[in-house]
Write a protein that binds this ligand. Structure first.
Ligand code: ZN
Ligand code: ZN
Length: 344
C-alpha cells in the first residue's frame, strides 16, 4: 500500500514523457543497429563476390562445379533474350524493363522483357531482375511530359467549390535500356542450355551501373554513416537514461521524505490533542503572552525545529501549510527537513 502510494506520486506526466523519450531514443538506436548490421552484411557480400569474366567455357564450368558460382559478380551490356520493349514515345529506344508512371492518378504500368548481360558475345540470362530492389536505379528516363487536364463544366464547378482542381498529368517513362553496361552480383546457374544469373541464397540479385569497386566504397561510406548515427543515438539515449534515473531517484527521496514528515506531523497532532499524554502542552504559554507560541498562528506552541537553519519558530499545522519549496519564516532559509521537538 505504502509502495503503491509512492509509485502513484512518482509516475506523473513529466516522468512518463521522459521515459517515453528515453524509450524512443533506445528504439532509434536499435533501428540504426539493425541498419548497420544489414549494411555490413551487404558490404561483406559484395566484397566476397567472385569476379567472373564471361567466356564460352563458363557454361561448362558452371554445369560441372555449380557450388563455385554461388556468389559471383559479372559485368555486361543489357541485351534482350526475346523481343525488346519499345518506348511509347522515344520510338528509337528499346529496353528490357519499362516503367510508365502517370502522376495525379497514380497509375503504374510495369512491363518486363527477358534480359541478358552480354560481354565477349556470351549472354547471361538475368532471372528475376524486375523483382530486384536494385533495378530502379538502373533505369533511365526516356520520356517526361506534362499534359494539361481538360476540365468539364461539372469538374470546374466541383473544383471551384472544393478548391481542389486537377491542373494536369505528368507522364514519366523509364526504361532499362538495351546496351546499358551493368554489374550483376548473384548466383550463376545453368538450366537446359541457358546460362543465367539469379539471386543467391544469402540475398537479393544486385544490378547496378556502378563498378564493383565503386559499389564497395559506396556501401562502406554508407555503413560508416550508419555507424556514426548509431553511436550518436546510443550516446544520447544513454545520457537520457542516466539523467532520467537520477531524476527519478531525487523525486523518490523527496516523496519518501515528505511522507515521513507527514507521519511526524500526524504524531505531534495526536500528542497535542491528547492532554494526558502531551508534553507539548507544557510548551503552551498560558499567561496570554504570545512570545513562546508559533510565530505564524500565535496560537499553538512551537513544535518543531527547521533544518538546516535550526530555527524553532512554528507549530506543525503552520509548517504543513508553508508554500513549497518550504522556507523558514524567520530567516527565509530553505527547509530541508523538519524534526519535532519534545520537552522532557
Ligand atoms: Zn502555528
Ligand atoms: Zn531559519
Amino acid at each position: 500500500m505504502y509502495l503503491l502510494d509512492i509509485m502513484a506520486k512518482l509516475i506523473d506526466s513529466e516522468v512518463i514523457i521522459e521515459a517515453a523519450s528515453v524509450g524512443v531514443g533506445l528504439g532509434l538506436s536499435g533501428l540504426l543497429n539493425h541498419l548497420c548490421t544489414r549494411g555490413q552484411q551487404l558490404h561483406e557480400r559484395v566484397c566476397g563476390a567472385k569476379q567472373v569474366n564471361l567466356s564460352t567455357q563458363l557454361r561448362q564450368a558452371v554445369s560441372s562445379n555449380p557450388e563455385d558460382y554461388q556468389l559471383v559478380a559479372i559485368t555486361g551490356k543489357v541485351t534482350s533474350d526475346g523481343d525488346a520493349l519499345q518506348s511509347r514515345y522515344a520510338t528509337d529506344r528499346t529496353g528490357v524493363i519499362s516503367n510508365f508512371v502517370t502522376e495525379e492518378i497514380k497509375e503504374v504500368w510495369g512491363k518486363y522483357s527477358n534480359s541478358c548481360l552480354t560481354a565477349n558475345d556470351v549472354s547471361v540470362h538475368v532471372e528475376g531482375g524486375e523483382d530486384s530492389s536494385w533495378t530502379s536505379e538502373c533505369l533511365s528516363r526516356v520520356h517526361k511530359e506534362f499534359r494539361e487536364s481538360s476540365n468539364s463544366v461539372m469538374g470546374s464547378f466541383v473544383g471551384f467549390v472544393t478548391g481542389d482542381r486537377i491542373k494536369g498529368y505528368a507522364d514519366t517513362e523509364k526504361m532499362l535500356l538495351t546496351g546499358t553496361r551493368l554489374l550483376g552480383i548473384g548466383q550463376l546457374f545453368v538450366k537446359g542450355n541457358v546460362l543465367g544469373i539469379r539471386k543467391s541464397p544469402d540475398g537479393d540479385l544486385i544490378l547496378t551501373k556502378h563498378s564493383k569497386d565503386d559499389l564497395i566504397s559506396m556501401l562502406a561510406s554508407k555503413l560508416r554513416m550508419w555507424r556514426i548515427l548509431r553511436f550518436l543515438a546510443f550516446g544520447f539515449s544513454l545520457c537520457g537514461l542516466i539523467y532520467f534515473i537520477k531524476r527519478v531517484k531525487v523525486k523518490y527521496s523527496a516523496i519518501v521524505e515528505e511522507q515521513r514528515s507527514q507521519r511526524e506531523v500526524e504524531e505531534i497532532r495526536q500528542l497535542r490533542d491528547n492532554p494526558a499524554r502531551s508534553q507539548l502542552r507544557n510548551n503552551r504559554n498560558t499567561n496570554g503572552d504570545a512570545d513562546g507560541n508559533c510565530v505564524i498562528c500565535i496560537n499553538n506552541p512551537r513544535e518543531c525545529v527547521l533544518l538546516n537553519c535550526g530555527h524553532v519558530c512554528c507549530c506543525v499545522d503552520c509548517f504543513e501549510i508553508l508554500p513549497s519549496p518550504k522556507s523558514c519564516p524567520i530567516c527565509r532559509g530553505r527547509v530541508n527537513r523538519m524534526v519535532p521537538i519534545f520537552h522532557a
